[in-house]
Ligand binder design. Structure first.
Ligand code: ZN
Length: 238
């Protein structure tokens, strides 16, 4: 990476919560999150050490009005992933850039936030040389315990603009015998579990497909990984 570790034109609020990336760690991912709390609590949690919770941070925070702040320099390690594995890489804090977006997980993201995210992704691509294939959701890298950025995140909009690589889920969809799926999370889960029970012979194939998409099936299990993949591709499954 060359040039400044702070993106130009992006206001800075430097976090107290970051450290050095381990020597030799190459950047290979950009991880998207929602904060699940409001602007003030998000900013405080991501920038200050607090007694009640372990320190967390991300390189960027996009607030509810679409303003982006950079909190951590790009060459430093922010603390946003926890235990994680994606495309064979583990502990992604060391090798990723984290972007937190203020959203409660139940409401749509505001279009202004998504426009800001697109700009930030373009700037990150320019500065780091990373591309659309590097972008993942927290749900993808820690599917056993995380669901952000969740079902309201507009993956397809970012895919259409070449900012996120589209996952090739056609072979996986062909394995799916139930036909079109509801967007209702519970119904999807029920159908998915029935699918997993009904087709044990398809398991190896399914595992292989999920692994190829980047999911660490061997660590997190098929159901968690399949759920993350379905949420990410909800519009195409539904
Ligand atoms: Zn997250």
């Amino acid at each position: 990476m060359s040039g400044s570790q702070w993106l130009s034109g992006v206001p800075r609020i430097e976090s107290q919560n970051y450290d050095d990336r381990p020597a030799g760690s190459a950047l290979n991912a950009i991880v998207l999150h929602y904060t699940a709390v409001d602007d003030d609590i998000s900013l405080r949690a991501l920038t200050k050490k607090q007694k009640e919770i372990p320190p967390v941070s991300a390189h960027f925070l996009i607030t509810s009005d679409g303003t982006c702040h950079q909190l951590v320099p790009l060459n430093a390690r922010a603390w946003h992933c926890g235990k994680s594995n994606w495309k064979g890489q583990e502990s992604l804090n060391s090798s990723s850039i984290g972007i937190e977006i203020v959203n409660d997980g139940f409401s749509p993201f505001h279009p202004t936030q998504i426009e800001t995210l697109k700009q930030i992704l373009r700037q990150i691509f320019d500065v780091t040389g990373l591309g659309p294939e590097a972008v993942a959701g927290h749900q993808d890298i820690s599917p056993d315990r995380k669901i952000d950025p969740g079902p309201h995140f507009p993956w397809e909009e970012l895919e259409a603009e070449g900012l996120v690589a589209q996952q090739d889920i056609e072979p996986l969809m062909r394995l799916w015998t139930k036909g079109p799926l509801s967007k209702n999370r519970e119904k999807i889960e029920k159908a998915m579990n029935a699918f997993l029970r009904k087709t044990p012979e398809g398991e190896t194939e399914l595992k292989e497909m999920l692994l190829q998409l980047g999911y660490a099936v061997h660590l997190y299990g098929m159901t968690h990984c399949l759920r993350a993949c379905i949420v990410r591709n909800l519009k195409r499954f539904a």
